[in-house]
Design a protein around this ligand. Structure first.
Ligand SMILES: Cc1ncc(COP(=O)(O)O)c(C=O)c1O
Length: 442
């Protein structure tokens, strides 16, 4: 697959031109270790196209991505999935749709709702695995859809932070029966389209979804895709305009080139082979260490260990791995999330397996696995988030109205929402996740 953006940057740098345009480093100044990157770091000069009005090399590269993902349109983001979430929700607002969302959202969703003044009807999980993950019932989405007096959209996070996957096919069928749009935060699932079985949200019927290319693929940090399944849903110009509402007018060409290069990787037989090899290694590791370690089901590239079920503290395992130069994606008392990609090597797995073999944990009660609390809602998310506020110790916040979403990042799932009255349960969950202060409405 061709790489028009990457090629353009390389050819421009090789011509050694006189750069009387931005960026100010002119391909010369800057940190020595970033020198090569600096020569490729450009702006919208002739031939470079322009992201929010793309019709040249960027549009061509996005079409390549769309063909790989089987979408009607795929748009590049240099503002991560965060920008894609803002864009999807703005489009929904412009369509006059009500928003129903599974509660374990990332804070990027909440912030977008603040910016857009979007009220949200929350769907809570029937069963929770801590605050990050849970099992949702289609019947709860259907009940919420039935209550709507205007068109709606349903927003879910899948895979969630632990790697659990929602029933996207079931939700898509349900949404379409109610003329609702299905939006998926697939920030952790850009690779799903390339697994041997079809499980990317777009393949399963979602209408819009965002994938962070930097989380599971080789895109530079901050790169993401906004996928649109059908061309009858929205005109591409509208999506670009919506994205331009929030995105910087100077998207990084280094980031765009990394997205462009991803296309080439994803199209190559070598990538599929490497992905399958990693999948095999993960499967072998799980077989070897079950039931000594309990693994959470879901996306196979999330190697999530349920420490609580194994009778030890997740942070102990994470600290032990770090002592041996193995760094994990996320850990708390209950879980340790090891995030793999096609770029992991046999050496990585050899080291991990040796360490898991040698780890002898201190038996520990991990304590209660808290679900997301459901406190009283006092006012809207935006009203609370934009109100005058003060920071108070979490232990003194009972009865106050939560202003800014307070949440450790990662995993960035808000424990209390802006506009909710903080109660004893909220305080207990916040304390369990190490939160010591909270911003409340004055
Ligand atoms: C589930 C989820 N959604 C959205 C985001 C935001 O993605 P990005 O960092 O690409 O903006 C994250 C980031 O961690 C995430 O975990």
């Amino acid at each position: 697959m061709n790489t028009p953006v990457y090629d353009f940057l390389i050819q421009y740098a090789e011509r050694d031109p006189v750069r009387l345009h931005m960026p100010g480093h002119k391909g010369r100044f800057g940190a020595p270790a970033l020198q090569r990157a600096t020569t490729l770091d450009l702006t919208e000069i002739t031939g470079a196209d322009s992201l929010f009005e793309a019709e040249g090399i960027l549009a061509e590269s996005e079409r390549n991505a769309a063909s790989l993902y089987g979408t009607a349109y795929t748009f590049y983001s240099c503002g991560g999935s965060t920008l894609c979430i803002q864009t999807m929700l703005l489009l929904m607002k412009q369509q006059g749709r009500a928003v129903l969302a599974a509660r374990n959202v990332h804070r990027a969703f909440l912030n977008a709702c603040v910016l857009l003044d979007l009220p949200v009807q929350w769907i809570y999980p029937r069963e929770s695995d801590g605050i990050l993950s849970g099992t949702y019932d289609l019947a709860d989405f259907e009940a919420a859809l039935q209550q709507q007096t205007r068109p709606a959209c349903v927003y879910v996070t899948s895979p969630d932070y632990l790697g659990r996957m929602a029933d996207i096919a079931g939700l898509a069928e349900l949404c379409h029966r109610y003329h609702a749009k299905l939006l998926v935060d697939n920030a952790h699932g850009a690779h799903l389209a390339f697994l041997p079985w079809r499980c990317h949200p777009i393949q399963l019927g979602a209408d819009y979804c965002c994938d962070s290319a930097h989380k599971m693929l080789s895109g530079l940090t901050g790169t993401a895709y906004l996928h649109v399944r059908s061309d009858i849903d929205v005109e591409p110009e509208r999506v670009r305009d919506a994205m331009a509402m929030f995105g910087s007018t100077s998207p990084s060409y280094l980031m765009l080139a990394s997205l462009d290069w991803c296309n080439r990787e994803l199209a190559s037989p070598l990538f599929r082979k490497q992905l399958e090899e990693v999948l095999d290694r993960i499967q072998q590791l799980k077989c070897r260490f079950s039931p000594r370690y309990c693994f959470v089901d879901g996306d196979p590239m999330h190697l999530t260990i349920d420490a609580a079920a194994g009778g030890f503290h997740g942070l102990e395992l994470a600290a032990y791995l770090e002592q041996h130069e193995v760094f994990v994606e996320y850990a708390d008392a209950f879980h340790v999330v090891l995030l793999c990609s096609a770029a992991n090597t046999d050496r990585d797995f050899d080291i991990l397996e040796q360490l898991l073999e040698r780890f002898s944990p201190t038996p520990a009660e991990s304590g209660e696995k808290y679900a997301l609390p459901r406190p009283e809602k006092v006012c809207g998310i935006r009203e609370a988030a934009l109100a005058p506020q003060e920071i108070v110790p979490i232990g003194e916040s009972s009865g106050r109205i939560c202003a800014a979403v307070k949440v450790p990042c990662p995993p960035a799932v808000p424990i209390v929402l802006s506009g909710e009255r903080i109660d004893a349960r909220c305080i207990a969950v916040c304390e369990a996740y190490g939160i010591t202060e909270i911003s409340v409405v004055q």
